[in-house]
Design a protein around this ligand. Structure first.
Ligand SMILES: [Zn+2]
Ligand SMILES: [Zn+2]
Length: 135
């Protein structure tokens, strides 16, 4: 993909970072760039919608093992090539099922994707598992 974007650069993490780091960084970027945070400003909102597309693209490239990991070679010594478990990302896992919006986190109990609307207080629990009940 000549002249194309590099998925690692888009996520802002070193090429070959471990999957947990990729996921953590992805969730952080989603939280920071969520278009709903810019609802009052159409220009910013559109800009962040584009950003979200890039971020999701990059995340999927990496998780599905398509991202080039030879961009920044380790400083010295032959390192073992990073290994990835090929997992298929279901776009539904990245979106809340109730509102169809980007997930900002997952329920700690059942791993259901939670958007900023289902988990306004960022408790990390879905309605069913929030210890003190729903709103
Ligand atoms: Zn739950
Ligand atoms: Zn939701």
């Amino acid at each position: 993909m000549a002249g194309g974007k590099n998925a690692w650069t888009v996520l802002g993490i070193p090429a070959g970072s471990p999957p947990e780091m990729v996921r953590a960084q992805y969730l952080r970027l989603v939280r920071v760039n969520h278009p709903d945070r810019f609802a009052a400003d159409p220009v910013e909102r559109a800009r962040h919608e584009e950003l979200m597309k890039d971020i999701t693209w990059a995340y999927q490239e990496i998780v599905q093992g398509r991202a080039d990991v030879k961009v920044s070679p380790p400083p010295r010594g032959p390192a073992a090539p990073p290994r990835y478990t090929r997992t298929t990302v279901n776009p539904r896992d990245l979106q809340c099922r109730r509102h169809g919006r980007w997930a900002v986190g997952y329920c700690t109990a059942c791993n259901t994707p939670l958007c900023s609307r289902c988990d306004e207080a960022l408790t990390g629990y879905c309605d069913a598992h929030r210890p003190w009940g729903g709103f």
